[in-house]
Design a protein around this ligand. Structure first.
Ligand code: GLC
Length: 424
């Protein structure tokens, strides 16, 4: 009897090992296929056909994935991401490196000059994306310490966060604002509908055009966020601030590691300030709400951002339990066959196949997995990991997936699936 149980355990162990080795190999092949070279830089494109440039938060995901495969490549990914900052120090959301937008279907939808001239000020975009850089760098450093590399990159990373902390802290209580939906990384999320005057049901094209309007306004304003752009679009987003908070904590550790003690204290205080302000201005009961416009009106739409306070450790354990039990594990809202949908199934805006309006993205699962682990919800985290593996095995490396059927949509050979290597 004892022997049988032992051999079953052994077989299961071996099967899991084989399964994870297959996944590791598949991710390695994908990351290699999507690797690009320019002058002395190398970077990874999210998808060769659909997204042939370098994107900010994508590159942070790539560095984290590569830290499980080849730490030298992971360092190169971050180095290239920091190579083309804007004049104010901000890291742009896209670096084009090579031309290629003319051939893109969605590039043409930008109607001529916008992609190249407004988003692309001299080869880069004029807006940013969730500031995950310090978190990715710190994770890489803990896996493969390299003090020299931290020294090399520190000035640029510091400038990026200093710019956010000054230019984007308009209300002066520490919360960071975004000036375009694309800065959230969730381009067409229904969280941004109301401020853009869009109904809960509208076409992807309509949505894109509104976002392009934001880009045009930004360009017309001479890219002046403080005095102009923010008057057109200003959101203090829970996810963006949760990511910033964690990143500033990581930046404080990086600064400390290279002997910049004063900076370390400052960044730690800034993280604390965001934490306090999120609790003060965004929290109601166990939930956090993003705020929009001058009046900081609450945005009442249930998206996966509901779970980002877990990632940032912003809840007490009892509050976290309520959040997980009432919402994450609720099959009417987020616990679909292939969780976690980007929008609750109960929302009017929910769809199966339109980007951030319902489909499941692997990065969502990764963020929520990290939050669940932080709070010790290990079984739920393991369920999310298993379901993520099932999704990838069934539908391959796609940009996003129908949360009910698991069908893959959007770009093929999309890199974010590799984050499954970091769900451990
Ligand atoms: C889409 C996603 C965005 C991502 C980009 C490149 O625009 O919404 O988050 O950075 O593609 O993958």
């Amino acid at each position: 009897m004892h022997k049988t149980a032992n051999s079953i355990c052994f077989l299961t162990y071996n099967y899991r090992k084989m399964q994870s080795q297959d996944m590791q190999n598949a991710v390695e092949r994908l990351m290699l296929k999507n690797r690009r070279f320019f002058d002395s830089y190398t970077y990874t494109v999210p998808s060769s056909e659909h997204y042939p440039f370098q994107w900010l938060w994508d590159s942070c995901f790539h560095a984290i994935i590569l830290s499980h495969i080849d730490t030298t490549l992971a360092r190169e990914e971050i180095r290239s991401l920091l190579a083309r900052p804007l004049a104010n120090g901000l890291v742009p959301h896209i670096i084009y490196w090579k031309k290629g937008y003319e051939t893109l279907k969605w590039g043409r939808e930008y109607e001529g000059d916008v992609l190249t001239k407004a988003w692309g000020t001299d080869g880069v975009s004029s807006i940013t994306q969730p500031p995950l850089i310090a978190s990715a760098l710190w994770e890489l450093h803990t896996r493969a310490p390299d003090i020299g590399f931290l020294h090399e990159l520190y000035p640029r990373i510091r400038d990026h966060y200093l710019c956010l902390l000054t230019e984007r802290n308009f209300s002066a209580h520490g919360l960071m604002g975004i000036i375009n939906p694309d800065e959230s990384g969730e381009d067409n999320s229904p969280r941004f509908d109301s401020l853009q005057g869009l109904p809960s049901r509208h076409s992807p094209k309509q949505n894109l055009h509104r976002r392009i309007d934001r880009v045009r306004e930004h360009a017309k304003c001479g890219f002046d966020v403080q005095n102009c752009t923010r008057l057109h679009f200003w959101i203090e987003d829970v996810s963006f601030n949760a990511i910033s908070l964690r990143a500033l904590e990581a930046l404080s550790l990086i600064a400390n590691e290279i002997g910049e003690k004063q900076d370390s204290d400052v960044f730690s205080l800034c993280a604390q300030q965001i934490r306090t302000s999120m609790q003060l201005y965004m929290k109601s009961g166990y939930r956090y709400y993003s705020l929009q416009g001058e009046t900081q009106e609450r945005i009442i739409v249930d998206t996966w951002g509901l779970f980002m306070p877990l990632y940032a450790g912003l809840l007490h354990k009892e509050e976290a339990t309520l959040l997980v039990e009432r919402h994450l594990l609720n099959s009417k809202q987020f616990f679909t066959n292939f969780p976690i949908p980007s929008v609750s199934c109960t929302e009017k805006s929910f769809t199966g196949d339109d980007l951030w309006r319902g489909p499941t993205w692997i990065a969502i699962n990764w963020f929520v997995y990290k939050g669940l682990k932080l709070y010790g919800f290990n079984d739920v985290a393991e369920t999310i990991r298993q379901k993520t593996i099932r999704l990838l095995t069934q539908s391959g490396f796609r940009e996003y997936y129908d949360a009910h059927t698991g069908e893959g949509h959007g770009a093929h050979n999309f890199t974010w699936g590799g984050l499954v290597l970091d769900m451990n």
